[in-house]
Structure formats: C-alpha cells, structure tokens
Design a protein around this ligand. Structure first.
Ligand SMILES: [Zn+2]
Length: 375
C-alpha cells in the first residue's frame, strides 16, 4: 500500500512538473535507415570500454564523484541486461559489454570521453544537433567489423542551462543526489541502442526527472514503468472488478465460471518467473469462494509505441517496449474466452493501472483495473 501511495503522489507531482522543458540529447534521427543507426556501440563481453574524463573545475561535482557515478551507471545497465535477459540469445562476442576501465587521461586510446562542463570544436559541432541540451551523446567513429565505436558524453556544467520558458531555476543541479547518475543512465542508455521511451529513464524530457526530488526514481532504469517488459520475471497484480462495466463483467464471468460472482470480488493476476501464462484468480474478501483460471498467452506485442530499444547492430533482434498481451481463458464448459491485458501503458504523465479486458457478445468489457503491480 505504501508503494501505491507513493505512486499516486508521483503522478500528482509529475502533473505539476509536466511543463515543456528542454529535452536532453538523443542520438536522434529516425530517417536514417542504415544498419548502425541508433544501434548500440559496444559488443563482446570479453572487451572493455576505455573511458577518460575531461572535467571543468566549475562543473559542480568533483572528479571522484563523477567517476563513481559513471561506474554505478554502467553497473546498473549490466544488472538490467542480466535480470531482463537482454541479448541473452546472442553469443558472448555479440552481447553488449558493460566492462569499463577508467583511464587517468584522455590520450586517444579511449573509446568514450566524458566531457563534464568542458567543450571543444568536436563537442560544439555535435551540439548543433541538439536544442539547448543538458547532456547528449555522440558517436564519432564506428568500426562495423569489430562492432566497436568511439564517442563521447557531454554534460552541461551546473546552473548553465536555461529551461525553455522558465526563469529563476538554476539548472541543472548536479549536487542533488541521483541527478548525475540519472543523466548518465539516460545517455549510456542511448549508447546501448535505446531511443526515447516515456516514463522510463529513457524519457525525452530528463529535466522533469532531474527537477523532481526523488532519489530512488533517479536510480532506476524502469522509472515509472518497464523499459523492457520482462517476460521471464515474476508478476503479480491485484485489483477490483471495474465499476463502470460491472454488470457485463458479472455476466461474462458467469459464462466463464458457471456461477455468479459475489459483489465484492477481488481479482488478481499472477505470473511465476519463467512462466508464460498468468493465473487469474477471483475471490471475495471473506474468502468464501475462489476461482483460479489460467490465462493463456497467445501473443505479446507492443502497441501505439514504436520506440526501438536495445537496438543490436546485427539487427537480428530489435526489442520494442511491449504492453499488450493477448490470450484466453478456458471456461468451465470448455469454451475459450479471449482476454487482453493492457499493461505498462503511459499517457505521458504517468502510468495507467493495468487493465484486463474481455468480450461479451463481441463487445469490449473492462473486467478489472489493477491498483497494485509488482515487477
Ligand atoms: Zn536522450
């Protein structure tokens, strides 16, 4: 419940903060269809990304802190790849590498340069591609044969960015805990082949997150929802029969289960780790009855969103965020009833609670809205 309250609070706060501020940089360009466009830079888990730093004394944080944040950000992506099974189907030499080595100086041997408040001709040339950036990432060289790139992350010095339409705010403030890590997570996310995906660390408007005072959200890749919807992870949702469609829902469940549901029915969806199917449970708060039905998944796909995530340069796998699950439950009489689970949906200002939808005489029935979801 505590988590739910936090969630509601966040939605309200985000509404307040949903002004149109500057976007952070992206590798951009949806019109270039070449194989490498927007694809991840670094492959082969046995290889190490050499990183050097060019730090301005007035950046706002010292070298030690910046280095620590870069290390944490790469570690978080590493953890994400492992737990979500990203690229797990590829041989090691084609998996993304997250191994890094911090060089003591920039001498040409580096693969990635972090410019913290520092600029030069190269930075300025690439900066022209972005509008008023707080940070951006640029790939300067690509070796297609060895699946390796060179490039940089540029970060604005503290309090140097004027947000569009907003005055009187010193932005960015790298001293707010989590801000630099969040910004680095985002930019490194581009390096691993992610486009912008709203409500995640890859959101287009990072100013929204950096101005928001919640350390824990800044330390998450799945900020408000999952960037990569984990199919092998355990999932649990609990909710109530949706009031708006209650009569039809009761009719539908009478057909499915062969009996009437009590008025105060609670509905839950549970998916065990590595299982494809959900168990759909209906019970009342007195536990006087319980139906367990298996919701068999027939298809899983993304909808309304076309963002490319973890784009692999070999292209054989191009994940997209997914949020619609199709399937069916088998009723007591052996008939199949189609169901749709809408999950991981955002309206740009927050996450919709997952919805379970059924069909009665061809008409869409919202069966349940879930208020509690756990990854
Ligand atoms: Zn971006």
């Amino acid at each position: 419940m505590k988590k739910y309250l936090l969630y509601v609070f966040l939605q309200i706060s985000l509404l307040i903060f949903s002004f149109n501020a500057m976007g952070s940089g992206s590798t951009g360009g949806g019109d270039n269809l070449s194989r490498d466009s927007g694809a991840a830079w670094y492959y082969d888990t046995s290889k190490t990304i050499k990183i050097c730093f060019s730090i301005s004394p007035d950046f706002g944080l010292n070298e030690e802190t910046i280095k620590k944040d870069v290390q944490s950000a790469f570690k978080m992506w590493d953890h994400y790849f492992l737990t979500k099974g990203i690229c797990s189907e590829f041989p090691d030499e084609q998996k993304f590498t997250t191994k890094i080595e911090l060089l003591t100086q920039c001498n040409g041997k580096e693969d990635l340069t972090i410019y913290a408040g520092v600029t030069n001709d190269t930075v300025e040339a690439y900066k022209k591609n972005f509008h008023n950036p707080t940070a951006f990432v640029a790939r300067t060289k690509l070796d297609l044969e060895n699946l390796w790139a060179k490039g940089f992350i540029w970060l604005a010095k503290e309090k140097s960015v004027i947000l569009d339409g907003i005055t009187g705010i010193d932005f960015p403030d790298w001293n707010i805990p989590g801000n630099l890590t969040a910004m680095l997570l985002h930019e490194i996310g581009h390096i691993y082949g992610n486009e912008h995906v709203e409500e995640t660390i890859m959101m287009s408007d990072m100013a929204k997150l950096l101005m928001y005072d919640n350390y824990f959200l800044k330390m998450r890749i799945d900020t408000f929802r999952e960037l990569y919807r984990c199919n092998s992870c355990e999932k649990r949702y609990t909710g109530l029969i949706d009031e708006s469609d209650k009569a039809n829902t009761f009719l539908l469940f009478a057909q499915i289960s062969g009996h009437n549901l009590p008025n105060n029915s609670i509905i839950s969806l549970r998916k065990e780790a590595n299982s494809k199917n959900y168990i759909l449970s209906l019970y009342d708060d007195l536990n006087s009855f319980r139906d367990n039905l298996t919701f068999e998944i027939t298809d899983e796909r993304s909808s309304k969103e076309s963002a490319s995530i973890f784009k692999h340069i070999n292209g054989s796998q191009n994940y997209t965020t997914s949020n619609i699950v199709y399937g069916f439950v088998v009723g007591k009489n052996g008939n199949k009833f189609p169901l749709v689970l809408e999950d991981n949906f955002s309206n740009g200002n927050g996450l919709f609670p997952p919805r379970l939808i059924g069909f009665l005489d061809g008409k869409k029935v919202v069966i349940a809205k879930f208020y509690k979801g756990d990854e």
